[in-house]
Write a protein that binds this ligand. Structure first.
Ligand code: ADP
Length: 362
């Protein structure tokens, strides 16, 4: 029976387990065995493989939930994930290739973010087996896929947290700065700001310096609580990557606010809370659809490609009208442009954000 392997690598994201489930079930339906690789590229180098056939998943104690079906609804990744410095070296990757050859593995599916896809690209250039990537990153910072796995769940968690914070902020007429993950990408902050009717949003893509950020936040709070608007809560969403830590921003804004108005400003850093949780409907749906196309691509011998949710005519069409295959090199190039601000997608995001700034503060 032919065999393929699947691993999860880099930052975990809700939906990774649903993608593992999809890969396993689709492969089983094609008469192919799946090896689950533990702890990302570390496990690939060290040969930490465990069978993920539906039968084994039922009997083995390896999965926390024996049933493959139930596993898909769990957050995190049952295979484990890692950052693996050895995979940056040619020797490390050669060891991984020899382990795959030893297990007669005929294809590899890598579920992960930008770094993991860069690793998959490097491996594909050196391995004889096909390598296909599935984008997973709560930051939504992977080029050519409208969304990566985990983004939808993360946004649902953020808006739930903001709703709760709004309840208490409204009761005390307070301003809250809520920080969400996103070191280089403000996508989560931007999307959440629209969905929660926040009063302002701070993104790394705006490239504002410290003083500009403090000034913008102070003005927003003063205007919102001012007589003309008389709001009972102010919600400001800040992406992690904005160049001033939230606790320092709170201090500086506290000093800059007019003393006679006794405005209270609090901060909450959502941090890793946003990474966890059971995947949403959309992440499970995407995971199922990505998994099917990824397995069929690997079995067709396609390599160095990523499956992307993309409704344009770019890339290669697949059996799924939502999903297209892109060379990973092209994905990495677009990812770089997304992060350095030169991508049309980033330019459009920032332009849209600027266009609604006036609306946000109403
Ligand atoms: P993410 O996939 O979430 O972006 P990382 O950036 O930490 O997470 O990458 C995960 C792993 O992918 C790294 O620890 C490393 O093993 C591998 N990796 C990242 N970049 C490369 C690269 N250029 N070449 C080979 N392997 C890489």
């Amino acid at each position: 029976m032919p065999a393929i392997a699947v691993l999860t690598s880099g930052g975990d994201a809700p939906g990774m387990n649903a993608a593992i489930r999809s890969v396993t079930k689709v492969a089983a339906s094609r008469g192919v065995t799946v090896w689950g690789v533990e702890m990302g590229y570390d496990g690939l180098i060290d040969g930490k493989f465990r069978p993920l056939t539906r039968q084994n998943a039922k009997t083995a104690s390896l999965a926390p939930v024996g049933e493959m079906e139930a596993m898909g609804s769990l957050g995190g990744t049952i295979l484990g994930s890692s950052r693996c410095p050895r995979f940056h070296t040619r020797e490390g990757r050669a060891e991984a290739v020899s382990k795959m050859v030893g297990y007669s593995i005929e294809g590899l599916i890598v579920i992960g973010g930008n770094g993991s896809l860069a690793g998959a690209h490097a491996l594909a250039g050196e391995a004889t087996v096909p390598v296909i990537g599935i984008p997973a990153s709560i930051d939504n910072d992977i080029g050519l896929s409208r969304e990566a796995l985990g983004v939808d769940t993360a946004l649902n968690t953020i808006i739930d947290a903001c709703d709760r914070i709004t309840d208490t902020a409204r009761s005390h007429h307070r301003a809250f700065i809520v920080e969400v993950m996103g070191r280089h990408s403000g996508y989560l902050a931007m999307a959440a700001a629209v969905a929660t009717a926040a009063d302002a949003v701070l993104l790394p893509e705006q490239r504002r310096n410290r003083d500009e950020v403090v000034k913008a936040v102070t003005e927003c709070i003063v205007q919102s609580f001012g007589r003309a608007r008389d709001k009972n809560r102010v919600l400001i969403i800040k992406a992690e990557g904005v160049g001033i830590p939230t606790h320092e921003l709170l201090e500086e804004v506290g000093r800059a606010l007019p003393a006679d108005q006794s405005i209270e400003v609090r901060g909450t850093v959502l941090g890793h809370l946003v990474r966890g949780g059971n995947p949403s409907f959309r992440d499970r749906l995407l995971a199922g659809r990505f998994g099917l196309v990824a397995v069929d691509a690997v079995l067709a011998g396609k390599t160095d490609r990523m499956v992307g949710w993309n409704l344009t005519e770019t890339g290669e069409p697949t059996s799924d009208s939502w999903i297209r295959l892109f060379p990973i090199a092209q994905v990495l190039e677009e990812t770089k442009a997304l992060l350095d601000g030169s991508s049309a997608v980033t330019i459009d995001r920032v332009r849209r954000m600027e266009a609604i700034q006036g609306v946000l503060s109403l």
